[in-house]
Design a protein around this ligand. Structure first.
Ligand code: ASP
Length: 249
């Protein structure tokens, strides 16, 4: 926003440092903030919060992540990165790896990939955190060929894009969730991208990650030209500037 010549009013940790702590509803907070700003970028711990905000807001709402739900601006920059690195999206073989149940970026990216022709999607996840049923249903309806596996090596054969994700530990709140999280964490080691894994990939494959990474990509592979995650993060600036410029035109 600043690079576009605009200004930012922000409230970090709004749960503690805004009227939310006094009991104000999200809807009312949005109505108030919309009076101060031309657009609202909302990151919120609850799934569906951005939709609720959009239903009452007179200014555009950008969903910057709603709990385990969606992260659409991340997916736009992911698609931009794939297009820029590989020159196309149609017909690619994309492998999503890791916590596909709770990682919001893979939900949004999978839904967007369903709009392209001939994308083949392989979902490689520990059994406790496989892809959500609603996303699978949408992929099916969009005609995307989907395979699910819990074996990374098998998933990677012939892959064009490897989209690694982190185990979303903050989402395993209750006792059952903690048990599932611990089980997934034990298995996650098998899903790590290491130099040996990179050696098994084709010369033009790329590795993406929405970041932050916490061990699921060995830093030893950062110098490999196929490790595209820091270029991906940089692309986020241009894509989000474009989105804001378009919305505020
Ligand atoms: N930064 C991404 C997100 O906000 C990915 C992650 O946190 O693992 O969802």
């Amino acid at each position: 926003m600043l690079r576009l010549g605009g200004q930012v009013i922000s409230t970090e940790n709004a749960r503690d440092f805004s009227s939310a702590i006094k009991g104000e509803s999200l809807e009312d907070s949005v109505r108030i903030v919309a009076g101060y700003a031309d657009a609202i970028v909302l990151r919120h711990p609850e799934e569906g919060a951005a939709l609720r905000a959009a239903q009452v807001s007179p200014v555009p709402i950008l969903n910057a992540g709603d709990g385990a739900g969606e992260h659409p601006t991340q997916s736009l920059l992911d698609l931009y990165t794939i297009q820029r690195e590989l020159g196309r999206i149609d017909g690619l073989r994309v492998v999503m790896v890791g916590d596909l149940a709770n990682g919001r970026t893979v939900h949004s990216l999978a839904r967007l990939l369903a709009n392209f022709e001939g994308v083949r999607l392989t979902l490689a996840a520990p059994p406790a955190v496989t892809m959500r049923a609603d996303v699978l249903a949408q992929l099916g309806a969009g005609g995307v060929l989907v395979e699910e596996t819990d074996a990374l090596a098998e998933a990677l054969a012939g892959a064009d894009v490897i989209y690694q994700t982190r185990l979303q530990r903050e989402r395993f709140a209750d006792a059952a969730g903690e048990a599932a999280g611990a089980a997934a964490a034990r298995i996650a080691e098998r899903f790590r991208i290491t130099e040996a894994v990179m050696a098994s990939l084709g010369p033009d494959a790329i590795v993406l990650h929405p970041l932050p990474r916490v061990g699921e990509i060995d830093p030893a592979v950062d110098g490999d030209p196929r490790a595209a995650y820091f270029r991906q993060a940089r692309n986020g600036v241009a894509v989000r500037m474009a989105l804001l410029a378009e919305l505020l035109r």
